[in-house]
Design a protein around this ligand. Structure first.
Ligand code: NDP
Length: 341
């Protein structure tokens, strides 16, 4: 089998030499285990954190270890009673053409949907958007929501669920093409290109025009300049589901030490305090008990076309590192996937 391992811990943005393409023996499934030929694997922003050895909510990938990640593929050997050869499944196989997992760690894919949807719109990222918005954002008709990385699998789910519940939705996205997709494909009421603004102040002015009644929910995907722009525009009793901060993943500023520049915490805390804001972080892997509910609600909407999704499919395992580096810089248009077969 082929796999991609972690060759070195990146300093800043990952580069080609941080990854290594290796050939290894196909593993043999043990008791209760299942061997899978992976057809498509997922690339997700969280993988950048696994490349560092900073203390986090999950263990880092060791140097020489296979890069972590989810994939969908076909069972080619099974020692688990619930899985047979030919079943299509999702599992955390890593960046690899073949993987072995215990049967209890696998999920059978539903019939009737393209299997790639289990990596994006109907998988972990879509679930993240749905959960964070409904549980923490608590959207109410007539309110205004802002979300960045708005054409990605998390942001596009957030925008579409919010819109379906009668909110005004404002997308922040990188570049004119993504802004067009945000309104035309995902139904956002307005879209703002964050790359067109050098500083938070000018970006804030544009967001304020798109959100004339202020912001009730800011779904935090990116941090940085966008967060700085949004914070003063929050309405009293606004909610901030804190989902990710991708603008900082390559900078080292999230490793527990303060970043460069003036201390912005007093402004942040004061805004939280005087505006009665709620900001709550969440890690979606702690909420799998709600996954069936998510699929039950959203899968029919995807099947009927009421929820749209975009996928960006790179070809071949050797292109995974490049596609991943592109994801961190916003070169992906939609859910980043790698086709292996
Ligand atoms: P996307 O597919 O949307 O890809 C990431 C996007 O982030 C890029 O395409 C780019 O979009 C945007 N981006 C990159 N750098 C910046 C920057 N400096 N400023 C603003 N935007 C930037 O990713 P996902 O939908 O998979 O994930 C979105 C967020 O959700 C991430 O922060 C991720 O870590 C987080 N997440 C959190 C989970 C949790 O359990 N809490 C689970 C899953 C995801 P553009 O070009 O439009 O700016």
């Amino acid at each position: 089998m082929n796999c991609i391992t972690l060759a070195a811990r990146p300093q800043g943005a990952p580069k080609d030499s941080d990854f290594k393409l290796e050939m290894r023996d196909i593993p043999t499934p043990g008791d209760g285990e299942v061997l899978v030929r992976v057809h498509y694997m997922s690339l997700d922003p969280y993988m950048r954190g696994r490349m560092d050895d900073a203390k986090s909510y999950a263990e880092p990938v060791p140097i020489g270890g296979i890069m972590e990640g989810g994939g969908v593929g076909e069972v080619i050997a099974s020692n688990h009673p619930q899985f047979s050869t030919g079943d299509m499944v999702f599992g955390m196989f890593g960046w690899t053409t073949h993987g072995v997992q215990h049967g209890t760690m696998l999920r059978k894919l539903p019939d009737g949907m393209p299997i790639t949807t289990a990596l994006g719109v109907l998988g972990m990222p879509g679930f993240t958007g749905w959960y964070g918005l409904t549980e923490i954002g608590k959207p109410k008709e007539g309110e205004t929501l802002v979300v960045a990385a708005a054409t990605g699998p998390v942001g596009s789910m957030v925008g579409q669920i919010a819109k379906s519940r009668g909110l005004r939705t404002v997308a922040i996205a990188g570049g004119a093409e993504k802004c067009k997709l945000a309104t035309a494909t995902f139904g956002f009421d307005a879209a703002i290109d964050h790359r067109a603004f050098d500083d938070a102040r000018s970006l804030r002015k544009a967001i304020a025009e798109a959100a004339p009644d202020g912001i009730d929910i800011y779904f935090e995907n990116v941090g940085g300049k966008v967060f700085e722009a949004v914070l003063p525009l929050m309405n009293r009793f606004g909610r901030i589901p804190v989902c990710g901060m991708i603008s900082g993943y390559n900078t080292g500023a999230l490793g527990g030490t303060a970043g460069e520049g003036p201390d912005k915490f007093p402004v942040f805390w004061r805004t939280l305090l005087v505006k009665h804001l709620l900001a709550q972080g969440f890690i979606i892997s702690n909420h799998w008990d709600r996954f069936a509910e998510f699929v039950g609600e959203v899968a029919p909407l995807v099947a009927s076309g009421k929820i749209a999704y975009l996928e960006d499919i790179a070809e071949g395992l050797d292109n995974a590192p490049g596609a991943f580096m592109g994801l961190l810089e916003g070169r992906n248009v939609g859910k980043q996937i790698v086709k292996l077969i």
